[in-house]
Write a new protein. Structure first.
Length: 422
């Protein structure tokens, strides 16, 4: 405890004692001597208190600076110590939470209401391991601006926003500013356009849930095994559902509106290729990014394609003499090209055709925003599987998706991967 705080407490005690003694009309000699001693001590403490404040000023400054400059890595290290095993045992056996897991849960509870045990989003990230298989508490990932590490949404540049409560929106400039030269001395320049913005809002209207059945055998396994199993199950199930919602969400039946399904709503440009898929089709789309000042080159553009399109491009020779394929040309200019069967619809039509999505980050602004409200609410159901001695856990998450600047995205449709059968 700081000396200044100790002195303040002693001063309060002295004032209380003096108030009792002074209230007496005829104090005794001992009481008078006690009043004089307390008065002398009080004056001396005032001098000591001022000196203590001066001496502690530097310590206060250093402590404040340490709090202000605390980096995200320190919080990330704290997340690395969060144990889902403790959450499972707490829900099943009522075992008390301990250590940093208890601190994190208590902090999340104070920030918002949860029916069950709140689990931070960062706790679902896959942790690095060493050769012995022992979890490594050192994490080099940022704790924000990142979805699950293997998520296709994260690879395509989506930014995860942590929201405590309520809705959040981004004002995006939509005004067309004009310039013009003054036609002679004393003449006015061109009239300026009104500054206008469009609000891109996210609201907590979409709830994602995943149920896990933890058997009695799993509950009795070693802590590390149960920890890894729960983490993998939650990450895999939620990651798959999140990817599908970010790109293919219908905007109905409780789902958010995905960027591909809601292309016209978000104002995302569509390139209808309606021809055999080649690098030239992607090159034309990249050119449009560059014309709109959304990308400086093909290397800053990310592409998401179906595995069937990869199969076609890798088998389509561009130059028989060199053996180069259309896939070689695509990945040479756009190394950030990823395949997924979860974020894009399966090829369809005659001729068989598929769709691709291109994104880019401009000026530090992500092409897609994924909002996550609070933490993951983990609720216990001990009755459904009671006869088997198991435990059913429901994890609930509130999420939404939006696009701030549609110029940073582009959809390519009609990329044919087979000849017409007619």
């Amino acid at each position: 405890m700081l000396d200044s705080v100790k002195i303040q407490r002693r001063q309060s005690e002295i004032r209380q004692s003096l108030a009792e003694l002074v209230a007496k009309e005829k104090p005794e000699e001992n009481e008078i001597r006690q009043i004089e001693a307390l008065d002398s001590e009080f004056r001396q403490n005032e001098t000591r208190y001022r000196a203590a404040l001066i001496a502690e000023d530097q310590e206060r400054r250093e402590a404040g600076a340490d709090l202000e400059t605390r980096s995200d890595r320190e919080w990330s290290d704290m997340m690395a110590s969060f144990e889902l095993r403790q959450v499972a045992l707490h829900l099943d056996e009522g075992r008390s939470l301990e250590g940093q897991t208890a601190e994190v849960v208590q902090e999340l509870r104070s920030a918002g209401g949860f029916r069950g045990v709140p689990v931070p989003w960062q706790a679902l990230e896959t942790r690095n391991t060493v050769s012995t298989g022992t979890p490594d508490p050192i994490s080099t990932r940022p704790i924000i601006d990142r979805l699950f590490p293997d998520s296709m949404a994260g690879r395509m540049g989506a930014q995860m926003i942590s929201i405590d409560s309520g809705a959040i929106e981004w004002p995006v400039v939509t005004s067309a500013v004009t310039t013009g030269w003054a036609d002679g001395e004393g003449q006015n320049v061109a009239l300026g356009a009104a500054f206008a913005t469009t609000d891109r809002a996210m609201k907590p209207d979409h709830n994602l849930g995943v149920q896990m059945r933890v058997t009695r055998k799993a509950l009795k396994q070693s802590g590390a095994a149960l920890e890894a199993a729960i983490r993998r199950d939650m990450q895999g199930a939620m990651g798959q559902a999140m990817d599908a919602a970010v790109f293919l969400g219908t905007g109905s039946d409780g789902q958010p509106l995905g960027v591909i399904t809601g292309r016209s709503t978000y104002g995302i440009a569509l390139d209808e290729i309606d021809d055999l898929a080649t690098w030239a089709a992607f090159r034309s789309a990249v050119t449009q990014f560059m014309v709109a000042n959304a990308a400086s080159g093909a290397g800053s553009v990310r592409a998401m394609i179906r595995p069937e399109l990869w199969d076609f491009l890798d088998g389509a020779l561009w130059d028989a003499g060199s053996g180069l394929t259309e896939w070689d040309r695509l990945t040479k200019h756009m190394p950030s090209t990823y395949t997924t069967s979860n974020g894009l619809a399966a090829p369809a039509g005659d001729p068989l055709a598929t769709t691709a999505l291109l994104t880019t980050s401009t000026g530090g602004v992500a092409p897609i925003f994924v909002g996550a409200w609070g933490a993951i609410d983990v609720i216990r159901d001990p009755y459904t599987d009671a006869q088997a001695g198991g435990l059913r856990i429901t994890a609930l998450a509130t999420m939404d998706v939006t696009v701030a600047r549609p110029v940073q995205l582009r959809v390519l449709s009609g990329l044919e991967i087979a000849a017409s059968e007619t």
